[in-house]
Ligand binder design. Structure first.
Ligand SMILES: Nc1ncnc2c1ncn2[C@@H]1O[C@H](COP(=O)(O)OP(=O)(O)OP(=O)(O)O)[C@@H](O)[C@H]1O
Ligand SMILES: O=c1[nH]c(=O)c2[nH+]cn([C@@H]3O[C@H](COP(=O)(O)O)[C@@H](O)[C@H]3O)c2[nH]1
Ligand SMILES: NC(=O)CC[C@H](N)C(=O)O
Ligand SMILES: [Mg+2]
Length: 508
């Protein structure tokens, strides 16, 4: 039983899914053109048609497969989705002069979709097409000043369209609209993290059967949670591989080995720093670095798989999350290529494994909730994320053993100071970045010429957007002093005060 979200390419599709989960219903995102059989397999209780960049009146615009809108399922169309419903059932959509971007107020709204909501409602808009004629029997149930057709309802009382985006935070009462829709659709709302867990376990068992799984584990929260999940689902048919690629932080290998000790014989630690460093030699382009790391990871896993078992392993499990997917192009789901996460866009084309990625549609805070249920120790559960390519994407430009050494010492000072000041848990992620830039200074009356080091700390919930952390000035002062004193190669320390967007969390 599920809410099926048909995706027409909106940037917000993932947010719709997330909101539905927050409303304790189970949801699945499928491509907007998914076949009727594919949708039926999810046993939908309701459909949501997402927004999208196309216009419904263009000849090749994406649309639901034949029969999908004839099954009697309750439907909510959002933006493009609403426009499609209007056109499909006999109304008219045009590129009208009524485009709206950003905040808009519903000056009028009525009916059960808006139950519990009174007065003007702020909703987020992003469209240039508009419904100019309603299908026979349909009604307008909301308007803005600009646009008389901001929401519509079909005569069946279970099919609705909204021109605004109820799923974004800038629509403060949007959740209520979604909740009203789920109620009207009669969607069962008993979905909890425990259900997600059971669902994931059943899914893993069904997919994997009695085959074996190689798990890429990094000691981060995602892959460690996945290790516990796989242990529950398939027991000793899982082998976890932790790669020391020479791009880890100071003491990290020992820390991770210690944390993953409960996996016992199921854990393999592979030393591969020579392999990664020589593959990265002379490379300065961030995308190229990411792809090299992605490829070398896979080469290590292939080698391990061959050594561990004559028949090899069919499945490679990774702790991939939705933000990794959405930012990597070529995944079929990413809107634009922001950066190729090593585990998604950085995978080599000749990949022999089938991927098992149970968290592919989840956000980090949701994985942390699962981690709690699975009993993952608190320090790992609340650990800051550390990217798979590690220090390779925190050394801007070429990665050399000498630069790795410098960055490791500086990063260790920053992170351990955060812990000493009890600030570690107050920021979501922190990193030191070694720039290729050198600057002039004066030490003990002598001229110095050292690297510029960037410090970055952010607060975020889902890592899709982030704000720079307002760390105390006294703290930053202490860290800068310590770093320049203890790491003489660094001549200058700067603090990054850019949010995401327009920047990203990592610098490469
Ligand atoms: N050193 C490593 N050895 C083996 N696999 C790794 C390593 N680093 C990353 N991976 C794989 O790549 C995936 C994505 O890395 P990512 O850093 O996003 O997740 P994570 O390390 O599990 O969690 P976190 O984001 O909290 O660091 C991991 O879940 C893991 O499957
Ligand atoms: O495993 C990973 N492989 C990668 O290639 C990668 N790139 C970014 N990140 C992490 O993703 C989150 C968002 O980062 P950005 O704002 O830099 O895109 C942050 O938590 C980043 O640390 C990665 N993790
Ligand atoms: N965000 C959307 O779904 C936009 C729908 C359509 N492309 C429009 O411009 O109106
Ligand atoms: Mg990690």
């Amino acid at each position: 039983m599920s809410v099926v979200i048909l995706d027409y390419g909106s940037q917000y599709t993932r947010l719709i899914a997330r909101r539905i989960r927050e409303l304790r219903a189970y949801s699945v995102i499928l491509p907007g053109t998914a076949s009727l059989e594919r949708i039926q397999a999810e046993r939908p209780q309701a459909l949501i048609l997402s927004g999208g960049p196309a216009s419904v009146f263009e000849p090749n615009s994406p649309r639901p497969a034949p029969g999908v809108l004839e099954q009697g399922w309750p439907v909510l169309g959002i933006c493009y989705g609403m426009q499609y419903l209007a056109q499909y059932f006999g109304g008219r959509v045009e590129r009208a002069g009524r485009r709206e971007y950003g905040k808009a107020n519903l000056v009028h709204h009525t009916g059960p979709l808006f139950a519990g909501l009174e007065g003007e409602l702020q909703m987020w808009m992003s469209h240039s097409d508009a419904v100019t004629e309603l299908p026979p029997g349909w009604q307008v149930i909301a308007s803005t000043e600009e646009n008389p057709v901001a929401a519509i309802a079909a005569p069946d009382g279970r099919t609705f369209g909204v021109q605004f985006h109820p799923e974004v935070v800038h629509s403060p009462k949007g959740m209520q609209v979604l909740e009203n829709f789920l109620e009207l659709a009669g969607v069962v709302r008993d979905w909890t993290a425990q259900h997600t867990l059971e669902h994931l376990i059943a899914d893993i068992r069904a997919k994997v059967g009695d085959e074996k799984v190689l798990l890429a584990v990094s000691g981060g929260v995602d892959s460690s949670t996945l290790a516990l999940l796989l242990a529950r689902a398939i027991g000793d048919r899982m082998t976890a591989v932790f790669v020391d690629h020479g791009l880890l932080r100071l003491g990290e290998r020992q820390e991770v080995e210690q944390a993953l000790r409960p996996l016992g014989k199921a854990l393999r630690v592979v030393e591969a720093s020579g392999q990664f460093l020589s593959a990265l030699r002379g490379v300065t382009d961030p995308e190229q670095k990411r792809k090299i790391v992605g490829r070398e990871f896979i080469r290590v896993f292939e080698r391990e798989a061959r050594q561990l078992s004559a028949q090899g392993y069919r499945w490679l499990a990774q702790g991939t999350l939705y933000p990794d997917v959405i930012e990597s192009a070529g995944s079929g789901e990413g809107s634009a290529n922001i950066k190729s996460h090593h585990n998604v866009g950085g995978l080599p084309e000749d990949l022999q494994f089938e991927l098992l990625e149970p968290f592919r549609y989840l956000f980090k805070d949701e994985v942390r909730e699962l981690a709690l249920l699975l009993g993952l120790p608190e320090p790992i559960r609340m650990r800051h994320p550390f990217p798979g390519p590690g220090l390779a994407i925190r050394i801007l430009g070429e990665v050399t053993p000498q630069k790795l050494e410098i960055l490791r010492r500086a990063d260790d000072i920053f992170i351990s100071s955060l812990r000493d000041w009890n600030l570690y848990d107050q920021v979501s992620q922190a990193a030191a970045i070694l720039t290729p830039m050198q600057s002039v200074g004066v030490v003990g009356d002598e001229r110095s010429y050292g690297y510029v080091l960037g410090l970055r700390a952010v607060s975020t919930v889902d890592f899709m957007t982030a704000d720079w952390a307002r760390l105390p000035l006294e703290f930053l002062d202490e860290v800068a002093r310590k770093i320049t004193r203890q790491v003489p190669e660094i001549g200058r320390v700067v603090y990054d005060i850019t949010s995401k967007p327009p920047a990203t969390i990592e610098w490469e």
